[in-house]
Design a protein. Structure first.
Ligand code: HEC
Length: 130
């Protein structure tokens, strides 16, 4: 009888964990997306846009057009999310900007580009009005 109770308790514990996990999953997924976007930014964008997004990366000394300061809310509110998405996916020329802003379509999925747009909104602490 003791053994049976034990087994039953174990089963409930496993079931309980399963339910907790299922309920927790969407939250974890959202946090995961944000963390992933930050990692992508640190991997692909910082050499030009700077470690904190201020547009002062290691490359800028030799660049004829300076990267955008992503923390500049006054400038970033004028750019809609669609515009940011297009600039990242298709590169500067797609939004009549410099070729020095590379297209990332071959490297990043649409979902990852969307994640980066959200990350830029965190960096500027602003929403686009454009
Ligand atoms: C090789 C340097 C370089 C890299 C790497 C780079 N950028 Fe840029 N980016 C630029 C430059 C230069 C501009 C400014 C273009 C201009 O003003 O004509 C720019 C502009 C932008 C803009 C503003 C476009 C607009 O509409 O004004 C966004 C958004 C942007 N970059 C996002 C990113 C993201 C996200 C990444 C990483 C996935 C990235 N950039 C990587 C150089 C770079």
């Amino acid at each position: 009888m003791r053994r049976a109770q034990h087994t039953l308790f174990g089963l409930w514990a496993v079931l309980g964990l399963g339910i907790a996990w299922a309920e927790g999953a969407p939250v974890w997924a959202a946090e995961g997306d944000a963390a992933n976007a930050e990692l992508l930014y640190k991997t692909y964008c910082v050499q030009c846009h700077g470690a904190t997004g201020k547009g002062n990366g290691i490359n800028v000394r030799d660049m004829s057009v300076q990267p955008r300061d992503h923390t500049d809310a006054a400038g970033m509110v004028g750019l809609s999310d669609d515009r940011l998405f297009k600039a990242i996916k298709e590169g500067g020329p797609a939004v009549t900007k410099s070729v020095l802003m590379p297209p990332w379509a071959g490297v990043l999925t649409d979902e990852e580009v969307h994640g980066l747009v959200r990350h830029l909104r965190v960096l500027c602490a602003c929403e686009g009005r454009g």
